[in-house]
Design a protein around this ligand. Structure first.
Ligand code: PLP
Length: 506
């Protein structure tokens, strides 16, 4: 039997196989009682999954064209008269939808739920997620903001709005950006459902299949998920003590002309590193020289606990190349799903069109509620309270790390953000450490989640925002004990390995 499968076709492979068998039967190439190849055999010869052939055969069986005899094989069991539409109809019978086979070729990249699995148990101290502390949410203040906007403008808020966003929130964001040294003209702002959506919208207007995007390595997994899809390509540039490796970037820009550079210059996720002023200036100059747009993700920018504030890339940009994204997820409430993009008007026009076809606009009630909350100075008050709590939690974690982690581990002291990045000795694998630390009811994020390439299994990210200082101390104590125990056992294994034994004899 000869099949011609088109792997680029939108028709699933199982359906192509079923159609071609059906054709062979109707043109007489396969006759009543002929034996079909076994699933495994056919799958091997066609270079497809066994389940693809099984689904094709299931469909043909449901249509009554073939049947299987236990222990003997699969045979042609009906040969309809060929030609007419009614004969064609006889070849087909309604049957359950084969969803698994229809979706088999799609990439299912669930990075978010992969990470949340580590924080399921209630009795576990979670250092896994860089999320705001829910117990600090000023729920009553927020409820009053919602009540006020509903009393004032419920009918308007429950009606469909404009896709670029709720005007009062846009006005507030323009004044907020002015305070960051960025003058926003009308038409240069788009309200979105958060930075994650902003990244996806930007990808849709600027990156075509096969084009390359520069990502920091490691980086925020949601960005890896957006830019490392089936048809995208990416270039991973390492993050050093001063942020993105700019020498390497310069070589890459000269050789490969990527479409975009995505960076988190302040309190980078996951390393906590902040790009210094000179690096920020050089990055802008390089991007301007090679005319490559930069996405500046400033989601942690407001969460500085000490040190001096640095200007955003957007405020340093004289060339109009920075697309600035931010949201209320880290400084306010991630569940509201409200973020914003600041970019030149033409870019916003294109983004707005994609936003319209994606979901029309972000929730008006969420936008109005946060806008009211901000107008009464409640967000500023909340951020102040969070900064104080988070800096205490960071300090508690730093003190506990110094006390309970082995000397061979190294970590940084971020001046802000939500997490500390730890490098364990090379012999340790953080994912394996996590299994044991979960038994001790402590969760964290293994560093390998954050790499777009060359993952470093000995790294981990410890988020400090979601636990009280006393729980952080206890959790780091337990985690330190797990790591020390593993270190002793790996040292022992190395000492007693045959190679080491031979070395010791020589
Ligand atoms: C660097 C970075 N960008 C974007 C996001 C997602 O933000 P949002 O909730 O606004 O979609 C996160 C969340 O952790 C993040 O760390």
């Amino acid at each position: 039997m000869i099949f011609a499968l088109d792997r680029d076709s939108h028709i699933p492979l199982y359906a192509q196989i079923a159609t071609q068998v059906r054709e062979m039967i109707s043109r007489g190439a396969l006759k009543m009682g002929d034996r079909l190849p076994a699933n495994r055999e056919l799958a091997k010869s066609l270079g497809v999954n066994r389940s693809t052939v099984t689904t094709a055969y299931d469909e043909l069986m449901a249509d009554g064209l073939i049947s299987s005899r236990v222990g003997s094989g699969t045979y042609v069991s009906a040969v309809p008269a060929s030609g007419s539409r009614s004969a064609e109809r006889e070849l087909r019978r309604p049957s359950p939808m084969p969803w698994g086979a229809l979706l088999a070729d799609q990439k299912r990249d669930k990075w978010l739920s992969g990470m949340t699995e580590a924080i399921v148990r209630k009795d576990t101290v979670s250092l896994a997620y860089a999320l705001p502390a829910a117990e600090l949410f000023p729920v009553d203040d927020f409820r009053r903001s919602v009540d006020r906007v509903l009393r004032r403008e419920a009918r308007g808020l429950l009606q469909l709005g404009t896709s670029d966003g709720y005007a009062p929130l846009q006005q507030y964001l323009a004044s907020y950006m002015a305070h960051l040294g960025v003058a926003v003209e009308p038409g240069e702002i788009l309200i979105t459902n958060g930075c994650q959506q902003s990244l996806d919208l930007i990808r849709q207007i600027l990156v075509r299949p096969g084009e390359e995007v520069v990502l920091e390595n490691p980086t925020y997994p949601g960005a890896i998920s957006v830019f490392c899809g089936q048809q995208s390509k990416y270039i991973s540039v390492p993050v050093g003590d001063r942020g993105l490796d700019l020498d390497l970037l310069e070589d890459l820009l000269a050789q490969r002309r990527p479409k975009l550079i995505y960076v988190v210059p302040s309190f980078h996720n996951p390393t906590g590193i902040t790009m210094d002023l000179a690096s920020r200036q050089r990055l802008i100059e390089l991007a301007a020289m090679y005319r490559v747009p930069i996405i500046e993700d400033d989601i942690y920018g407001e969460l500085r606990y000490d040190g001096v504030s640095l200007p955003s890339l957007k405020s340093l940009d004289e060339y109009g190349l920075v697309i600035y994204i931010n949201s209320f997820s880290k400084i306010g409430f991630p569940g509201l799903r409200i973020g914003w993009i600041i970019a030149p008007r033409i870019v916003i026009d294109y983004l707005d069109a994609v936003k319209q076809r994606t979901d029309l606009h972000a929730s008006l009630l969420s936008q109005a509620a946060i806008s009211e909350f901000v107008r009464h100075g409640l967000l500023a008050k909340h951020i102040k309270r969070c900064r104080k709590a988070y800096s205490e939690r960071r300090d508690a974690m730093l003190a506990a790390l110094a006390r309970y982690f082995p000397d061979e581990a190294v970590w940084n002291r971020p001046e802000g953000g939500m997490a500390i990045w730890v490098r364990l000795p090379q012999s340790l694998n953080a994912s394996q450490v996590l299994i044991q630390s979960m038994e001790q009811r402590v969760a964290f994020s293994p560093g390998e989640y954050f790499y777009s390439c060359s993952p470093q299994p000995n790294t981990l990210r410890l988020a400090f925002t979601m636990a009280e200082p006393s729980s952080i101390e206890e959790a780091i104590k337990r985690l330190g004990a797990v790591i020390k125990a593993r270190l002793v056992s790996t040292k022992r294994r190395i000492e007693f390995s045959p190679k080491a034994a031979v070395k010791a004899l020589v």
